[in-house]
Design a protein around this ligand. Structure first.
Ligand code: NPQ
Ligand code: MG
Length: 368
C-alpha cells in the first residue's frame, strides 16, 4: 500500500470522575487520533501519550510533533508500505513508542480492513470475549474507596486493582479485604512510587492474598524488583519497566517479575506487544492487558490483543462508562464481567463522525 495523507486530531474527553494515581490526578483525557489515507483505504488509531510526561517520557504535543515532522514524511517516501515495515522504517528514530504504535496501528487497520480480517484473528486470538477488571484510583477516604469497589463489583468486574502510594497501601487493602472478603481477585499498582528501602514495608502486603503487586519501583530499577520478588510471596508484575520483548526477556531472566502487564503503546505497537506475549508464554509467565484511559479506538484494539492465549488475567480494559459519558466511538459495555472482542475488519471500529467532531479540539491535515 501507499500512504497518501494523514489527519491528526486532538480530542478531549472529560472523565466521569477524576482519576488519582501516585503520578497525579487526571480530570480530562486528551488524546491524539490519527486517520491515514492509503491506496487501500483509510486506517484509524489513537496515541495513548498523556498531556505531560508523567507515566512515561512521552507527551501528546511531542508525539504529534514526531509523527507529523518525522514519522509521516518517512512513510510518505516509501514505495510500498506494509504493517510490519513500519517499525523497520522508523527504527532509526529512538524511543517514542506511543507515537510509533499509533502510526503502525493505523497502517495495520487500513491493511486488515482491505483484506477483511479482524485484528484478533491477525494476532492469533483464541477468545471471542475477554474477562475484564477495573483500576480504582486513590480516594480521599477509605469509605469513598469502599463505595467505589462496591459499585464496580456490583457491575460485574472480575478483578479490582487499587492504586497505591506510600501512606495509601496497607490500610485500603485491609479495608477492601475486610469488607468484600478474601475471594475477590485483588491487585495493587504503585506506578513506581516506592524506593528500595520500602521492601520490608511492601512485604506487609503478603498477608492479603493479592494476585500481584504492580511496578513498585522506578522503571530502570530491575534489581530492586528482583530483590522484592525474592523477598515476597505475592507475584510481582512489571508495567513501566517493560518497553520491548527484549526488556521482557531481561526482566524474566533476572527474576524481576513473574507477571507482565502489556500495553501496546508502551512497547511500540501491537506487533511488539505480541512478541512480549510470546516471550512470556515461552517462560510460562501470564500476561494481561493494561489500560491507558483509551478512547474506543484503543479499547477495541486492546480487546483484540487480550484475546491471545497468554492473557491469563483480567485486563484493565474496562467498559467505556468506567471512564467516559461520551466517547468518539460507540461504547463498550460489560456483560457478565466480559467485553466482546470486535470481529469487524481491522481494529473493528471507527469513530462516530458526530461524536468525533464534538470532542475534537483541533485538526491538522498532513500531505507529502
Ligand atoms: C497503569 N493505567 O496501569 C495505568 C496508569 C495510568 C488504568 O491504571 C492519563 C493517561 C492518565 C494514562 C493515569 C490504569 C493515566 C494514564 C494512570 C495511565 O499504570
Ligand atoms: Mg500500571
Amino acid at each position: 500500500m501507499k500512504l497518501s495523507a494523514a489527519e491528526l486530531r486532538f480530542v478531549s474527553l472529560p472523565l466521569v470522575t477524576p482519576f488519582r494515581t501516585s503520578l497525579g490526578t487526571q480530570a480530562v483525557r486528551n488524546a491524539l487520533v490519527l486517520r491515514l489515507e492509503t491506496s487501500l483505504g483509510e486506517g484509524w488509531a489513537e496515541c495513548v501519550a498523556d498531556d505531560e510526561p508523567s507515566y512515561s517520557p512521552e507527551y501528546l504535543a511531542g508525539a504529534a510533533d514526531v509523527i507529523r515532522r518525522l514519522f509521516l514524511p518517512k512513510l510518505f517516501a516509501m514505495g510500498e508500505l506494509d504493517p510490519a515495515g513500519v517499525a523497520v522504517a522508523l527504527d532509526g528514530f529512538r524511543g517514542h513508542p506511543m507515537a510509533k504504535s499509533a502510526v503502525e496501528t493505523a497502517v495495520l487497520d487500513a491493511s486488515l480492513r482491505a483484506t477483511g480480517m479482524c485484528l484478533s484473528t491477525y494476532l492469533g486470538g483464541v477468545r471471542r470475549r475477554v474477562p475484564v477488571g477495573v483500576s480504582v484510583g486513590i480516594t480521599d477516604t477509605i469509605d469513598e474507596l469502599l463505595g467505589l469497589v462496591d459499585r464496580y463489583l456490583t457491575a460485574g468486574y472480575l478483578r479490582i486493582k487499587l492504586k497505591i502510594e506510600p501512606g495509601w497501601d496497607i490500610e485500603p487493602v485491609r479495608a477492601v479485604r475486610e469488607t468484600f472478603g478474601s475471594s475477590v481477585p485483588l491487585t495493587v499498582d504503585a506506578n513506581t512510587a516506592y524506593r528500595p528501602g520500602d521492601i520490608r514495608h511492601l512485604r506487609g502486603l503478603d498477608e492479603f492474598g493479592l494476585l500481584l503487586v504492580e511496578q513498585p519501583f522506578p522503571p530502570e530499577d530491575l534489581h530492586s524488583h528482583a530483590r522484592l520478588a525474592a523477598a515476597m510471596e505475592t507475584p510481582l508484575c512489571l508495567d513501566e519497566s517493560i518497553t520491548s520483548a527484549r526488556d521482557a526477556a531481561t526482566a524474566l531472566r533476572q527474576g524481576a517479575c513473574s507477571v507482565i502487564n502489556i500495553k501496546p503503546g508502551r512497547v511500540g505497537g501491537y506487533l511488539e506487544a505480541r512478541r512480549v506475549h510470546d516471550v512470556a508464554q515461552a517462560h510460562g509467565v501470564p500476561v494481561w492487558c493494561g489500560g491507558m484511559l483509551e478512547t474506543g479506538l484503543g479499547r477495541a484494539a486492546n480487546l483484540a490483543l487480550a484475546s491471545l492465549p497468554g492473557f491469563q488475567l483480567p485486563g484493565d480494559i474496562s467498559a467505556t462508562a468506567r471512564y467516559y459519558t461520551q466517547d468518539i466511538t460507540e461504547p463498550f459495555s460489560l456483560a457478565d464481567g466480559h467485553l466482546e472482542v470486535p470481529t469487524a475488519p481491522g481494529i473493528g471500529i471507527t469513530p462516530d463522525p458526530a461524536s468525533l467532531a464534538r470532542l475534537t479540539t483541533s485538526t491538522e491535515w498532513i500531505t507529502p
